[in-house]
Structure formats: structure tokens, C-alpha cells
Design a protein around this ligand. Structure first.
Ligand SMILES: C[S@@+](CC[C@H](N)C(=O)[O-])C[C@H]1O[C@@H](n2cnc3c(N)ncnc32)[C@H](O)[C@@H]1O
Length: 266
């Protein structure tokens, strides 16, 4: 899986705006005294929340630049966490290693969703729980991606067939029916809960100025700039962001996501 995009820019400055999702996830599953894995930990917010709540935590990610930030922040917070650089689709842990397996906006990106679910189940102990979050298709992050990649696709996919089947999407992990089929045939009971997290920016302009700092979109912004379409993209993005905001004084957006809890049969 392409991962170096996460080393571009400053993902932590984006992720910090919704880090309470990890704190909530930890509170939902309970981690005190338990072995906890945070899959695709990034700059470590969920792993650090779990360690603060008394878990024995391992944080795994494929991007060393983000793991370095996670390590610094964990040390500053005075918590002990084992940081592991590895691929979440083939994790270097024996079967049944953890009581809790968490992933905030990480596992959702795996290209083979059912294989990812099986890997999460493999490392979790019977009676344990897997808890993950995924942005909903109508979240502001999905809409930003839709506008930016939609503009690029106009030129880059001239032969796109209207009846072509779309492939798996990360937002499938926010669709209760899709989640059930992702975990089908695995020894788990699955529940999904619709949630929101409020993110704040000083203004739409401030968010858009920071867009090149969000690694997965940085190249797309650059491409739109190069071919002179960034101003039009920026106008469309501004209009969408202002419509999403519940405040005129700053940008305040309730972002929907879905929390999936898969409990392993004992
Ligand atoms: C949206 S960020 C989420 C980071 C963090 N969990 C959070 O809540 O902010 C996605 C993370 O997935 C990681 N990632 C992507 N593909 C991966 C893979 N195959 N194995 C491990 N980590 C991966 C990236 O490095 C990045 O840190």
C-alpha cells in the first residue's frame, strides 16, 4: 500500500483537531490493565490516550516520520508505549496477542477490507474487542477529497465508463451493512454507532492554506496549481466549507464518523 504520502506535510496538525475520537474510543472499550494495539497509530493520539488510561500499549504504523512524532509525544506525556514500524495488513505479532485492537481512521484505508478485518481478528484474543473509526461519506474530509479528486478525474479519466463498478472505499467502514460484510465469517459480534466530532479552524482560508500539509492531498493540490485550476477548486471548496460551518466567526464543523465495535466470541 502507498504510504509515503503520510510523511508529506504535517499530518499531525490535521489529526490533532480530532484526537478526541481516540480518547472516546478508549473510553468506550476500556483498556485499564489490558494489552492494547493501536493500528496505524500515526502521530500516536489514540495509543497515548490508551496508555494514559492504564493500558499496556503498542502503536504500529508504516510511516517512520509519524512514529518519531508519536514517540516524542509519548515520552513527553510520561507514558510507556512500544512503537512498531510495520504494515498493518501483515502485522508482526503472534495470534491472540492483544485484548483490545484499536484503529482511528487507519484500518479503513486497507485495500483488501476483508483481509484487514481478518488480520485485526487474528491478533485479538477471544473475548477481546476491536474498535475502529471511519469517516462517513458525507464528512467534510470526504467532501474535500471528492472536490479535489473530482476535478482531476475530469481530465485524467476520459474513458471512464459510467456503469463501471466502484472499488472498495475507505468510507465502506462507515456503512453498517458494508461493515457486517467486511467482518462476515469471522468469529465476532459487530455493532456500529454513528458519532460526530467537532473540528475548528480560524477560517475556510486557514484550512485551505493548510491543505498542502495534508499528505494524501498535497500532490493533487500541486497538480491543480500547476495547470491553473487551483483558484476554481479553492472557490468550490470555500463554498462547501462555509455551508458546513455552524459559525460565521470561525469554521466550526461537526464531522460524522462511524465507530465499529467487533467483540470476539470467547
Ligand atoms: C489518517 S492517518 C490516522 C492516524 C491516527 N490513527 C489518527 O487517528 O490520527 C492514517 C495512518 O495510516 C498509516 N498507514 C497507512 N497505510 C498503512 C499500512 N499499510 N500499515 C501501517 N500503517 C499504515 C499512515 O502512515 C497514517 O499514519
Amino acid at each position: 500500500m502507498e504510504c509515503s504520502v503520510w510523511a508529506v506535510g504535517d499530518y499531525a496538525s490535521w489529526g490533532d483537531r480530532f484526537s478526541e475520537v481516540g480518547t472516546n474510543l478508549v473510553a468506550v472499550v476500556g483498556v485499564e490493565g489490558l494489552d492494547v494495539l493501536d493500528v496505524a497509530t500515526g502521530h500516536g493520539p489514540t495509543a497515548i490516550a490508551a496508555a494514559r488510561a492504564g493500558g499496556r500499549v503498542t502503536g504500529l504504523d508504516l510511516t517512520p516520520e509519524l512514529l518519531a512524532i508519536a514517540r516524542r509525544r509519548g515520552d513527553a506525556a510520561g507514558v510507556r508505549i512500544e512503537w512498531v514500524e510495520a504494515d498493518m495488513t501483515a502485522m508482526p505479532f503472534p495470534d491472540r496477542s492483544f485484548d483490545r485492537v484499536l484503529s482511528t481512521f487507519g484500518a479503513m484505508a486497507a485495500p483488501d477490507q476483508r483481509a484487514m478485518a481478518a488480520e485485526l481478528v487474528r491478533v485479538c484474543r477471544p473475548g477481546g474487542a476491536i474498535a475502529s473509526t471511519a469517516w462517513s461519506p458525507d464528512s467534510v474530509y470526504s467532501k474535500i477529497g471528492g472536490i479535489v479528486f473530482g476535478l482531476l478525474a475530469v481530465d485524467e479519466e476520459p474513458n471512464h465508463q459510467a456503469n463501471e463498478e466502484p472499488g472498495p472505499m475507505p468510507t465502506d467502514w462507515a456503512d453498517p451493512d458494508a461493515v457486517r460484510s467486511i467482518f462476515a465469517d469471522l468469529p465476532v459480534s459487530v455493532e456500529t454507532t454513528a458519532c460526530t466530532v467537532t473540528v475548528r479552524w480560524p477560517s475556510a482560508d486557514a484550512l485551505l492554506d493548510a491543505l498542502p500539509e495534508f499528505g494524501p492531498l498535497a500532490w493533487a493540490v500541486e497538480e491543480l496549481r500547476t495547470d491553473g485550476r487551483w483558484d476554481a477548486a479553492r472557490r468550490a471548496l470555500t463554498e462547501m466549507l462555509v455551508a458546513e460551518s455552524s459559525s460565521d466567526a470561525e469554521l466550526v464543523i461537526d464531522v460524522p464518523y462511524v465507530l465499529t465495535l467487533a467483540t470476539l466470541h470467547g
